[in-house]
Design a protein around this ligand. Structure first.
Ligand SMILES: NC(=O)c1ccc[n+]([C@@H]2O[C@H](COP(=O)([O-])OP(=O)(O)OC[C@H]3O[C@@H](n4cnc5c(N)ncnc54)[C@H](OP(=O)(O)O)[C@@H]3O)[C@@H](O)[C@H]2O)c1
Length: 266
């Protein structure tokens, strides 16, 4: 398993994890989804990302089944929806997530995206209370830009922001401009979502580099997207061959020239 310290927390977290969006939506698919997540855990993809939003709680239920008897090996992230993120609403949402996840703690609890619906200070106060009660280890946010990160950091008292989960794939590297440097400066881990971008990055240059390393273009993409110490990625895969491919994305090193070629191509 390839892990690295998760920002300032120093906790070793799998660099390549597993997403769960679109899981838990159909009962008939659940057994396969549980098996997929378990295969991923076995192969070292032990950071599992979910949210109360996904499948209306269905994805959390799938994760709960997948991590049974494996809880200590897994780093579980879930998210509260902005409309639920008042002080009392956040506490209630977390309880519901814990029940669905069948666990007594969440490793990382995120606000899914910024909203004016409830003041950020209410959400952060509730999240700090959850940490105080031992129900959440670390708190973070998702889809935040720099001013929003500043506001969240200013609102926090005892705790620090551990993570910003953001869109990051080869065709959308916007975070490299401001969000990533800001997070690096403040020890905030950056978890990139939708890393495979529905294959929209499959250019000749990536294919060539992949061939040279006897790897696939998607492995090259995941490798590139985690090339800096602050970066983590959470591809979602249900098919066993996809999970195996993603799990082997970091056992080769892109040369400086290759990194530069990919940089130039995107
Ligand atoms: N914070 C947020 O706002 C936010 C937003 C979007 C996503 N996320 C999180 O990030 C996770 C990942 O993003 P995503 O699900 O949008 O997209 P993604 O991981 O970029 O792509 C998922 C798709 O790629 C396929 N796939 C996975 N590995 C593959 C491989 N090696 N070869 C070929 N195809 C492969 C999957 O197929 P199979 O399933 O058939 O294997 C699935 O159709 C989500 O599941 C969710 O947990 C967070």
């Amino acid at each position: 398993m390839i892990t690295r310290p998760f920002g300032w927390t120093g906790v070793p977290v799998a660099v390549v994890g597993q997403g769960t969006w679109r899981m838990g939506e159909r009962r008939a698919a659940e057994a396969d989804e549980v098996a997929a997540l378990r295969l991923g855990i076995k192969l070292g993809l032990t950071h599992i990302d979910t949210a109360e939003m996904y499948g209306d709680g269905g994805a959390e239920r799938v994760v709960g089944r997948a991590i049974a008897r494996r809880r200590a090996r897994v780093f579980v992230t879930t998210k509260v929806l902005p409309q639920n993120a008042s002080y009392a609403g956040t506490l209630r949402a977390c309880r519901r997530s814990l029940e669905r996840l069948r666990t007594d703690y969440i490793d990382l609890y995120l606000l899914h995206w910024w909203s004016e619906r409830h003041p950020i200070g209410e959400t952060t106060e509730a999240m700090e209370e959850l940490v105080r009660r031992g129900l959440v280890r670390f708190i973070g946010v998702s889809n935040f830009d720099v001013p929003q990160l500043e506001a969240a950091r200013a609102a926090l008292g005892r705790e620090r922001l551990a993570c910003n989960q953001v869109l990051y794939h080869l065709r959308d590297r916007e975070i490299e401009r401001e969000v990533l440097p800001y997070c690096v400066r403040h020890g905030i881990a950056v978890v990139g979502y939708t890393p495979l971008a529905r294959g929209g990055f499959l250019l000749v240059v990536v294919a060539e580099i992949a061939r040279r390393h006897h790897r696939t273009p998607r492995q090259v993409a995941l490798n590139f997207l985690t090339r800096r110490p602050a970066l983590f990625t959470i591809p979602k895969a249900s098919r066993p061959e996809h999970i195996r491919e993603n799990a082997a994305a970091l056992d080769f090193t892109l040369t400086r020239a290759e990194l530069a070629r990919i940089n130039a191509a995107f």
